[in-house]
Design a protein around this ligand. Structure first.
Ligand SMILES: [Ca+2]
Length: 182
């Protein structure tokens, strides 16, 4: 049984026994209180950046989006390198980067916790430069162009981008849906 369900059942049991039980508070991630080391402006900028790279708009940066992001930043990573980048901040083990996990990259960078020249350290350094240079709109254009080129060039050879045993990578058919959805 998952913890949430167990907690709910335990609470229901207490209510049935006539006990006073405080209401269950659902914790919503609040970047401003959880990441107090960043200014509101910085968090807004991180959020814009995150949304730019979250091409699919599902509030996560997944493997393929991270791959494109690193290419865009001029620091393309190997398949294994990308996996390692995600693993370093993937606190909920879902194989993709939430906005909270994205902020962890910059927290770790600021705290000097990232290995020099590691993928995440490059990401932290390069995103700052890239947003200043081209603005978020420019990055978005790049992704759209990139996806169009995937449409033309990569689909016939999709097997080289997609690994059958890798659930986080889209298969060619899903890639088509993914692009249509945009
Ligand atoms: Ca995650």
């Amino acid at each position: 049984m998952d913890n949430d369900l167990a907690a709910k059942l335990a609470r229901r049991e207490k209510i049935n026994e006539g006990e006073q039980v405080p209401p269950v508070v659902t914790t919503v991630f609040n970047p401003y209180t959880e990441f107090k080391e960043f200014t509101r402006k910085q968090i807004k900028d991180f959020e814009k950046m995150f949304k730019t790279y979250d091409v699919g708009g599902d509030h996560f940066i997944d493997f393929m989006e991270l791959k494109l992001m690193m290419e865009k930043l001029g620091a393309p990573q190997t398949h294994l390198g990308l996996k390692e980048m995600i693993a370093k901040v993937d606190e909920d083990f879902d194989g993709k980067i939430s906005f909270r996990e994205f902020l962890l990259i910059f927290r770790k960078a600021a705290a000097g916790e990232l290995e020099e020249d590691s993928g995440l350290s490059q990401l932290a350094q390069l995103t700052e430069i890239s947003v200043e240079e081209m603005g978020v709109g420019g990055a978005k254009d790049f992704f759209e162009a990139k996806l169009t080129s995937y449409n033309i060039i990569s689909i016939p050879k999709a097997s080289c981008v997609c690994t059958a045993d890798d659930p986080t990578v889209l298969n060619p058919l899903q890639t088509i849906y993914f692009m249509v959805a945009i």
